[in-house]
Design a protein around this ligand. Sequence first.
Ligand code: VG1
Ligand code: CO
Length: 559
Amino acid sequence: LKVYTKATKPFEGQKPGTSGLRKAVKVFQQENYTENFVQCILSAMGGALSGCTLVVGGDGRYFGKEAVDIIIKICAANGVRKVMVGQNSILSTPCVSCVIRKYNTAGGIVLTASHNPGGPNADFGIKFNISNGGPAPDAVTNKIYEISKNIVEYRICPEVHCDISVIGKQEFLVDSRPFTVEVIDSVVDYVEYMKEIFDFRAIKDLLHGAAGQPLKVLINAMHGVTGPYVRRIFLEELGASQDCAVNIEPLEDFGGHHPDPNLTYAADLVKAMQEGDYGFGAAFDGDGDRNMILGHKAFFVTPSDSVAVIADNTDYIPYFKKNGVKGLARSMPTGCAIDRVAEKKGVEVFEVPTGWKYFGNLMDAGRLSICGEESFGTGSDHIREKDGIWAVLAWLSILAGRNMSVEQVLHSHWETYGRNFFTRYDYENCESDPCNKMMSVLDAMSGDASMVGKQLSHGEKTYTIAKIDNFEYQDPIDGAVAKKQGVRILMSDGSRVVFRLSGTGSSGATVRMYIESYESDSSTYTKDAQEVLKPLVEIALQLSKLSEYTGRQQPTVIT
Ligand code: VG1
Ligand code: CO
């Protein structure tokens, strides 16, 4: 088959954000747009490209199959030896990470816009993962972006036609070199790995009530990619009844919803849990790396607590019993509950910028075992992505091991460590210019020494600013520096306010405001986080003049 070199022109803004390039489907459908970006990814691989194997798959959203077709043709023309692609293009983000590591490939391309809606009028995304299975670090994504600004041509082999619905190998000769496309089962490798990490027998006993009452679970895949994984693991392996799993058919538009597991967008799960028939509920995002955990009657586990609880209960997970727990970490805006666990256990704890790519080096260096983000991301060094199904299996292992309900586990955690109350306000799709202005005003504040010691009051509550900065991180392993990762206002009592702009939106600006406060008085533990944090929320809104800049009186989403 022949390779063609096609002339092209650069597109503006092919700059990967927090997690890949995310734009409207219509943007990706422009002539040469997707081709350009894929060529830039491959070109950025440099000497590692020729003869390599790449993994390709995605969350099943609209335009995914077209993108797989383009990627295969461009890989063939660029000297890639083999592409491993999920059947019908389906691979969850954690599964891509798992497959890259298992087969030692040079990396992978993930077709997803994660929690953003899908469909012809919604979003698409392309993300590159490196050979450790994790999202490409800034140095790589910057290189991709630089190449995209000057691209003049791409290489493509249009005659490579593959049927990605049939598992197995298809062989081609491209410019007289062999090229293989291997269509792989979307779930097998991942499921095998989960069975190594967890004690499936113990979880099965919990669900079937071997030691008392059976635990009824409700798993909502939100029509994202986790459906097939949920079916195989929960229905087939663990023998849960059919009504325990809902929305497990992946849909190209996720049924028209935001596939985002939080209290707003997973409202149907919350409602079903409130009715009280189920003891455990969970939902995942479009690409399967996020999770939300609920207890009986929709008792909400804030993700910052979830990761702390898992870190505190590793005795019930065979993987950690075998490998030990080396260190813990969270992203900067994430609540600090896990820091207290690290302190008690005498292990290192790291605070990194938002985005899973910042955890990878620490894991590769053997210094990090468990980490999480407030944005419903939880995971460990078993792979290099956050992992929704893993989080649910971890929780079920803990419930089985401790013979407690979700709520009891949380209360026991707070009794030991105190409670880090946490909330996040999202103002989605605001106008960019005023939001940038607000951030630059906050940035200026963060450099103003006179802010320190300033007292801020609302009602009965007064906070004193102990430190204010725009978060900067130096990677302890390779020394790379990430600047301006969000304005942090640290109060003298340990409470925190953080402002940053989202890096995953496809248009406009999304402002995120994160509020945290620590309480060690056990009479507060059962209080509603919104009530406890209200004064600090008001103070943060006043200080930032958020309503003036965004024109919004209310956030789009509160978690
Ligand atoms: C958001 C979250 C961040 C997460 C990222 C990717 O980024 O805040 O914690 O890592 O999404 O998650 P941002 O820049 O919009 O705040 V996923 O599941 O969308 O790949
Ligand atoms: Co995701």
